[in-house]
Design a protein around this ligand. Sequence first.
Ligand code: NAD
Ligand code: UDP
Ligand code: UDP
Length: 332
Amino acid sequence: MGVDLGRERILVTGGAGFVGSHLIDRLIGKGHDVVCVDNLLTGSKRNIDHLHGEPRFEFMRHDVTFPLYIEVDRIFNLACPASPVQYQRDPVATTKTSVHGAINMLGLAKRLKCTILQASTSEVYGDAQVHPQTEDYWGNVNPLGPRACYDEGKRCAETLFFDYRRQYGLDIKVARIFNTYGPRMQINDGRVVSTFVVQALRGEDLTVFGDGRQTRSFCYVDDLVEGLVSLAETPDGVTGPINLGNPVENTMLELADLVLALTGSRSRLVFQPLPEDDPRQRRPDISRAQSTLGWTPGVPLAEGLKRTIDYFDTLLSAGSPDIAEPEIRAVS
Ligand code: NAD
Ligand code: UDP
Ligand code: UDP
């Protein structure tokens, strides 16, 4: 059983991003006031356009690596680029966002004595040698490779969260999010679902990295948001970490075939080199989320992909100038 949040003023960092904007919709729908803090690095005003004029919503353009003094009742800390292509563009900034951002948001939570939830990631498990991944697995991360800015940044943020709990008694919640997809992903952010869908809709080749036999488990964004809100509503002492993701595992070849079938596209598959340190297999063990939160994702991949395809189809048909050409292709 969760605690009833009542009407609160809630800070969502990274709120103009893909997941953050859906989370904000859900929180406003539950009757809360929301402050969205975002520097628009990988997010977009388009994701929060529909909230313009909504009295419960406030947007602050701000970088979480700098201190933030505001008054709120609860914090969701999501600010951080999440796509490998994006987080590797400026790796130093990525680590700063995870680490300095966590310190500032934890300092804010400490002053306000409020609950803070961290959007952590399955990347803390790295190229996992335990499958499926359970929360007590410590992971297999290359600390020197191109993904380390994100993986180690997120690992350090988790360390900070647990130290603020031990040292100052903060009410922390850590969600380890597995690959999530849906409407409002950036059209050119390089993540596999948005990339395949956009390529298929444009009739371009689908770029499969490696032999395409590596696996991921894809969670539809509405399911993830439900899990995040449930975790935030748990009583003090339920800290996680808790895996949130869909336990159905697919190869990238299966994903490509499904996208082609659902779009009716005649695009071909082209194979490109596998990026360095790309994890070979990933699937969450969600027993902890099921027993602690009563949470299980409900949207099957084909259904979630249909909604995602509809979103990108509409966006592409609208022909907005900022989406004319994908500026990013692959990590080399
Ligand atoms: P996203 O890139 O769409 O959103 C991240 C948001 O953070 C963007 O709006 C960006 O502008 C903002 N941001 C980045 N650096 C910032 C900074 N220094 N200050 C303020 N804002 C900043 O990514 P997303 O998929 O929505 O991911 C949201 C969170 O969930 C991230 O923390 C990510 O690590 C985590 N996560 C996501 C997934 C996924 O599959 N979507 C998986 C694991 C973890
Ligand atoms: N901080 C913030 N907002 C606040 C309180 C703190 O941004 O309302 C930042 C501030 O930059 C500080 C950091 O959070 O350096 C960590 O705060 P904490 O109180 O843990 O540490 P200290 O202030 O002692 O360095
Ligand atoms: N991938 C791919 N083609 C692309 C983009 C990604 O085959 O155009 C693969 C990538 O190598 C990885 C998987 O899809 O194995 C998921 O990649 P993504 O960047 O979405 O997320 P990750 O889980 O690697 O952070």
